[in-house]
Design a protein around this ligand. Structure first.
Ligand code: PGA
Length: 253
């Protein structure tokens, strides 16, 4: 089932695997059409399946990443790259070590940066000088965050340091030994950079995301639900499994 709400095309799939395959196909098509694409990449539980599919496509010679440049959305702060919970480690583990993205073309905010303002400024400048993001992959937090842009009274525009929401810390505790090990801060790409991406693919699966997906698509546009700003983007593809689409299926039919 497919549908369109303003600039957003909604695709509902039966399973997590179908959602992941659909997303991987979109990323691979982008790279096949423009081999030197600038990809914005996301971490978290949601895109793991998409990366698996992309690795399979790469192994089958269906996609070549040799000219691709990547910018990840965020990184915990402070964190060592070698920490198996860092997003640097995650990206290497789930994608980079399996495919032919060149090391010099990989960009992830530095979780050990001494001067965060400088790191943020340079990260944004690097994205800008690369020509901007062609395709940005997003997940969504149960509180509506994209990247680590947490609910707030205003939208932050550029890359910046954030204090993680208690809801985010609780949600991410499943990846750590204890909730006390979850970093309380992070560096995140800002909303302006995300909104300037030429295309966006947002993925969500599971019932736990159903309420926020409804708010993102049909609620008021507010920094209190950061993902709601995507209603203003001209080219967003939202790919959901049936559970995450629970409250919207009737509305888009
Ligand atoms: P998740 O996180 O994929 O682990 O649910 C999504 C997010 O926080 O953006």
């Amino acid at each position: 089932m497919k549908n369109q709400i303003r600039g957003m095309r909604i695709i509902v799939t039966d399973t997590y695997k179908d959602m992941s395959k659909k997303a991987a196909t979109i990323v691979a098509s982008q790279v096949n059409l423009k081999p030197n694409s600038i990809l914005g990449l996301a971490t978290g539980g949601t895109p793991v399946g998409m990366y698996k599919e992309l690795v399979e496509m790469y192994n089958n010679d269906e996609v070549d990443f040799s000219e691709v440049k990547t910018f990840n959305l965020d990184e915990y702060y402070p964190i060592e790259r070698t920490n198996d919970q860092s997003y640097f480690y995650y990206m290497n583990d789930n994608l980079f070590k399996h495919v032919n993205v060149l090391e010099e073309n990989i960009n992830i905010p530095n979780g050990k940066a001494e001067d965060i303002e400088k790191e943020s400024y340079e990260y944004d400048k690097n994205i800008y000088n690369s020509g901007g993001i062609d395709l940005q992959v997003l997940g969504i937090g149960t509180n509506g965050h994209i990247g680590f842009n947490e609910p707030d009274i205003a939208f932050e525009s550029g890359t910046h340091k954030v204090k993680l929401d208690s809801e985010t810390i609780e949600a991410n505790a499943r990846f750590f030994e204890s909730i006390d090990d979850v970093p309380t801060e992070a560096i995140s790409m800002g909303m302006k950079t995300i909104m300037q991406s030429k295309k966006i693919v947002l993925l969500a699966n599971g019932e736990g995301k159903a309420k926020i997906i409804e708010k993102m698509l049909f609620g008021e546009i507010s920094p209190n639900v950061p993902a709601s700003i995507l209603q203003l983007h001209p080219h967003v593809i939202v790919i959901l499994d049936r559970e995450a689409a629970k409250y919207i299926e009737e509305k888009i039919n």
